[in-house]
Design a protein around this ligand. Structure first.
Ligand code: SF4
Length: 238
């Protein structure tokens, strides 16, 4: 491109010389601010306010002591993370030991399997929001109680309002019951599309269950295909 401009300039100067022009006046520099580079023009971030409000909710949760048994044994509150307006928000039951240590949900073996499932769906961890029904690890990874889920519900509701996922995927029975307020087991809750405040919800087995029972791989994948279909997406070819 630079050579082409140089070549054009030479030809233009040669034409001017041939026409008898002996000098070309130099233009004064443009006034400061007349031209702005595209790098200096930063478009306003339409999601900045939602991100700021999410940070406020996370800061509130970090100080929460509503569940005495969890408050006294947790290392930290695991709020969750990911982009706002994702295609999918994955909801687990509670932070596990690795999550409690790292401050992020879905670490460890179950998280590694979730990463593989996401990759098979054509997604990455960075593209989805990951959180749990309660934000503090129960001692010895026991399931959260209904009371604990109730105490934490306000944080989850605010997350859903601010994150606005196109679909929610509940991983495991506890997460499904906590979000949907139903009492059925995961085998009856999966295989259909539920609704939460206008957002479609698909329920499936928790990755930890799949680690313990390989026969669940097929039904979990069927649920992921249901999720992708809802979103108008197709999994990448293998
Ligand atoms: S689980 Fe939720 S409600 Fe209970 S102490 Fe932790 S942040 Fe608070």
């Amino acid at each position: 491109m630079a050579e082409s401009l140089q070549s054009q300039l030479r030809k233009h100067l040669a034409a001017l010389t041939a026409a008898g022009v002996e000098f070309v006046p130099v233009a004064p520099p443009a006034p400061a601010g007349l031209f702005r580079s595209s790098a200096s023009e930063s478009a306003p971030d339409p999601d900045a306010d939602r991100r700021r409000q999410l940070q406020v909710v996370a800061t509130d949760a970090a100080k929460c002591d509503r569940c005495p048994a969890l408050f006294s044994t947790r290392t930290q509150v695991v709020f969750g993370g990911g982009p706002v307006s994702p295609d999918i928000l994955f909801l687990g039951d509670a932070p596990w030991a690795d999550d409690d240590r790292d401050g992020q949900p879905f670490r460890g073996e179950a998280g590694a399997l979730l990463d593989k499932i996401l990759a098979a769906m054509g997604l990455s961890r960075a593209e989805v929001y990951l959180t749990t029904a309660i934000k503090c690890r129960p001692p010895r990874n026991r399931p959260p109680t209904a009371d604990e889920c109730g105490h934490c519900r306000g944080y989850l509701d605010r997350q859903l309002e601010l994150i606005r996922p196109r679909a929610v995927c509940c991983l495991g029975e506890t997460a499904a019951r906590a979000l949907l307020g139903v009492s059925g087991g995961i085998r009856t809750l999966r295989g259909q599309t539920h609704d939460h405040a206008g957002t479609p919800v698909v329920c499936t087995h928790h990755p930890q269950e799949v680690i313990q029972n390989a026969a669940l791989k097929r039904p979990v994948w069927d649920d992921m295909l249901r999720l992708l279909k809802l979103l108008g997406r197709v999994p990448p070819a293998k």
